[in-house]
Design a protein. Sequence first.
Length: 101
Amino acid sequence: MRISKDKIRRVMDFLLKELGLRLSIISCYPYLLVYSLEKTIIPRSSVIRVLTSHGILNKDVNFISIFHLSEKKFLEKYVIKYQEMVPQVSQAYQGKTVFGD
């Protein structure tokens, strides 16, 4: 498995700084580094941030399990389920909101 140093750095920076994951957690799940920052990590994190800010999800979300879900399961469980109640989840998933907004 080959991952560029730049990709590892960018994913690590996001996981550590934006999501607040501890290095010890990331080292236990090295497969996190192969996920696409733009296609998986940021959109899913944005959806979770929106749902958390609306009080729908607990702030102690397990991002490891969220990233590990298949695309279909993630959409069913977090986007489709809440898109009428919180329309911003669709926008967040499509990258139309900046992470952290």
